[in-house]
Design a protein around this ligand. Structure first.
Ligand code: HEC
Ligand code: HEC
Length: 379
């Protein structure tokens, strides 16, 4: 930096300090800036496999969007749902763990939010089955948003001038209560549909638009490897919400989904919800604890790193042959060692290239899913 710039910056800084002093009365506040016409949330899912999402009410989702991004929903006005669930990351977070209102770290990786209305259970350990009950839990969570008293939450929202008309549009009158907050949030969360990917665009042409590498990856994923046994269905997460142990460790410090292993009757250890792979190229770090940073690391784990946990899924043991003609479901391969895929570098690259075709650009760029808050002068 030369002398001139230093002097210039010095003067500019002094002016800024004066400017701030002068304007002390006109404090800046965060207010939502919404379009003049109602956003069409329900339409985003029409004609797709996410049939439930067409029942989304556009006014409730509009209110839900504001609630989702409003930091006033945390006890010290510092954190919103959107602080951990970022649109550009398909509503996942950047780090292995996320930071709550008081600087505390979540113990699990923040999952992407994707086609939530198709799922029958939420959280990595599947502890909640009702979306409307689920969406208010982070507000009260002692680590995430810390607003433990529902009455205090309602009181806070009543004092914010922009909510009355939003609640009236959504519910017919301006009454604010916890169940309406949950309902509106669940409509917005259900409206976050991911149905427009390169994969979806190619289903009808039998993947004519895929590159050779992507097609090789698709064949590996669906036919040659057991991936689709668990990550199957339109949502790439099985045919609902299921849990499996994939042998990340030989003993898990986070036990995951509670209950008993149906084969051995033992207490479950290391069973986690099978996550959707839609937008997976955007949602790293990966796994319930965010242990892998890249898709290459995940693929290398499945290729060579599966541990011989005594509750490891059959689909990830030698001789898995899941849906194939040699399957004997009455004598599963419980004693076989963990599967070693012995993939070539080309095959690993192909799997990663295929996973990249599950990215939905519309989900991560549509303004109606984005943060509506802007800074404006308090009047
Ligand atoms: C401090 C970060 C943080 C904040 C704030 C936060 N979440 Fe989350 N969210 C997480 C983490 C971590 C999980 C996984 C927790 C677990 O599995 O035990 C999660 C899970 C979820 C899930 C379940 C996804 C699935 O498929 O299982 C949904 C939906 C969700 N959050 C919505 C919300 C909403 C709505 C809000 C705001 C009211 C919110 N979150 C606020 C971190 C956060
Ligand atoms: C036995 C069921 C099963 C099979 C087979 C399986 N997965 Fe998974 N997958 C899971 C589960 C469960 C998790 C989450 C595990 C955890 O966090 O502890 C997961 C996590 C992942 C993730 C990380 C997703 C995220 O958001 O963190 C990717 C990527 C993935 N699997 C890809 C694959 C690929 C590619 C294959 C085939 C080579 C495959 N999976 C085979 C069950 C399975």
């Amino acid at each position: 930096m030369n002398m001139k710039t230093q002097v210039f910056l010095g003067v500019a800084l002094t002016l800024m300090v004066f400017a701030c002093k002068k304007d002390e009365t006109a404090a800046l506040v965060r207010v939502p800036q919404l379009p003049t016409t109602t956003d069409k949330y329900a339409e985003a899912a029409s004609g797709s496999f996410v049939t439930n999402a067409t029942a989304v009410d556009n006014q409730k989702a509009t209110l839900g969007r504001v609630l989702f991004y409003d930091t006033q929903l945390s006890v010290n006005n510092s954190v919103s749902c959107g602080s951990c669930h970022h649109q550009q990351k398909a509503f996942a977070d950047v780090g292995a763990s996320s930071t709550g209102f008081g600087g505390g770290k979540t113990t699990r990786n923040t999952p992407a939010i994707v086609n939530a209305s198709m799922q029958s259970s939420y959280f990595w350990d599947m502890r909640e089955s009702n979306l409307q009950n689920m969406v208010t839990q982070p507000i009260a969570n002692h680590l995430e948003m810390g607003l433990e008293q529902p009455d205090y939450l309602v009181l806070k929202l009543k004092n914010l001038p922009y909510y009355e008309s939003l609640f009236t549009n959504a519910f017919g009158d301006g009454t604010i209560n916890s169940s309406r907050i949950g309902e509106a949030l669940s409509h917005f969360v259900s409206a976050l549909v991911s149905v427009r990917t390169e994969f979806d665009a190619n289903v009808s042409t039998n993947f004519a638009g895929y590159s050779e590498l992507e097609e090789m990856g698709r064949q590996l994923f669906f036919n040659e490897l057991p991936c689709a046994q668990c990550h199957g269905g339109d949502n790439f997460s099985g045919w609902g919400s299921i849990a499996e142990n994939i042998g990340l460790d030989d003993h898990y410090s986070d036990p995951g989904v509670p209950g008993q292993d149906w084969m051995t009757g033992e207490q479950r250890n290391g069973w986690f919800k099978v996550p959707s792979l839609r937008n997976v190229a955007l949602t790293g770090p990966y796994m319930h604890d965010g242990r892998f940073n890249t898709l290459e690391e995940v693929v290398e784990f499945y290729n060579s790193g599966i541990q011989d946990h005594d509750q490891l899924s059959f689909a990830l043991r030698e001789g898995w042959n899941g849906g194939g003609p040699n399957t004997d479901i009455f004598s599963p391969n419980v004693d076989s060692p963990p599967l070693r895929m012995n993939l070539t570098t080309l095959e690993k690259n192909a799997l990663v290239a295929f996973l990249h075709t599950l990215t939905d650009e519309q989900l991560i760029t549509l303004p109606m899913y984005s943060n509506p808050f802007v800074l404006a002068e308090n009047q």
